[in-house]
Design a protein around this ligand. Structure first.
Ligand SMILES: [Zn+2]
Length: 277
């Protein structure tokens, strides 16, 4: 009797334990929870046939020219806070002065590319000097970040001519301008910069900014969280161009095109504008 009683209680305890386990872990499974991925397209099975959904959020590339400067650090603070990335087109002579800022930008996942050594108008230089200005800046970037500079550069003022394009093609470099101009260097007003971006931004926008101005850094405090809140993914220019164009063509200009005299060819706004070299 004593033995039976002990066994009875042992079974009862095990039974209660198993019921508790079932209670806590058994949640109902609905068909709509089951997802399968086919290639890049996520498909939800809900019993009414597959419904394709867009797997990619819209992308935007913030690009900052003419730095680095102490104001760059403020922008890096914001990027880091929101786990966002940007591209910095740095000048060689400034990077040599602010190596730690360049290094930090690279460390938080942003991209560093050449804006030439001294911000000369490339259209006024010889082929040899164009090459030297791009190469020396790229070499410095690699020495600071430990990774090769991307094979594209942004000419000061967006200014190019046949020689610039020829040298770029020879070097295996693409010329990357922009699609959305904030005129931040001229208006020096965070509200105007914010409005310019939020009114014009679209999937694939390459936004031109200048990290040497305090007002641009101040604008980023609002622009970056607002873009994210609107569903944009802030990516590097390499990532954006790779997604939209795949392999880049050396010597080709991506973004707005300006001629030798800096007169904007307004009809050629869109990305992917091609100029024969
Ligand atoms: Zn510039």
């Amino acid at each position: 009797m004593l033995t039976f009683s002990r066994k009875y209680y042992q079974l009862l305890i095990i039974g209660v334990f198993l019921l508790l386990v079932l209670f806590f872990f058994a949640t109902p499974v609905y068909a709509s929870d089951i997802r399968v991925t086919i290639d890049d397209e996520a498909v939800i099975f809900d019993g009414q046939g597959p419904i394709p959904i867009n797997p990619r959020p819209p992308m935007v590339a913030l690009t900052f020219d003419d730095g680095p400067s102490p104001n760059t650090s403020r922008i890096l603070d914001v990027l880091e806070r929101y786990d966002a990335r940007a591209t910095f087109f740095v000048l060689g002579y400034r990077s040599a002065r602010h190596r730690n800022i360049v290094e930090r930008a690279a460390n938080i996942g942003s991209e560093i590319a050449s804006h030439t050594w001294t911000h000369d108008n490339m259209a006024h230089l010889s082929a040899a000097r164009i090459r030297e200005s791009i190469e020396s800046t790229s070499a410095l970037i690699e020495s600071i970040t430990g990774v090769p500079s991307p094979h594209f550069f942004r000419p000061p003022f967006g200014s190019t001519n046949d020689t610039v394009r020829y040298v770029s093609a020879q070097m295996g470099y693409t010329i990357t301008n922009w699609t959305l101009d904030t005129w931040d260097w001229r208006n020096r007003n965070p509200d105007i910069i914010y409005e310019a971006i939020m009114n014009e931004v679209e999937d694939g926008s390459v936004i031109l900014l200048h990290d040497i101005h305090l007002t641009t850094a101040q604008a980023m405090e609002f622009v970056i969280p607002s873009l994210i809140a609107q569903g944009f993914e802030l990516v590097t220019l390499s990532e954006l161009l790779m997604f939209f164009y795949g392999e880049l063509v050396p010597g080709k200009i991506y973004g707005r095109v300006y001629d030798e005299d800096l007169e904007a060819r307004e009809s050629l706004y869109s990305m992917g504008v091609y100029n024969d070299i």
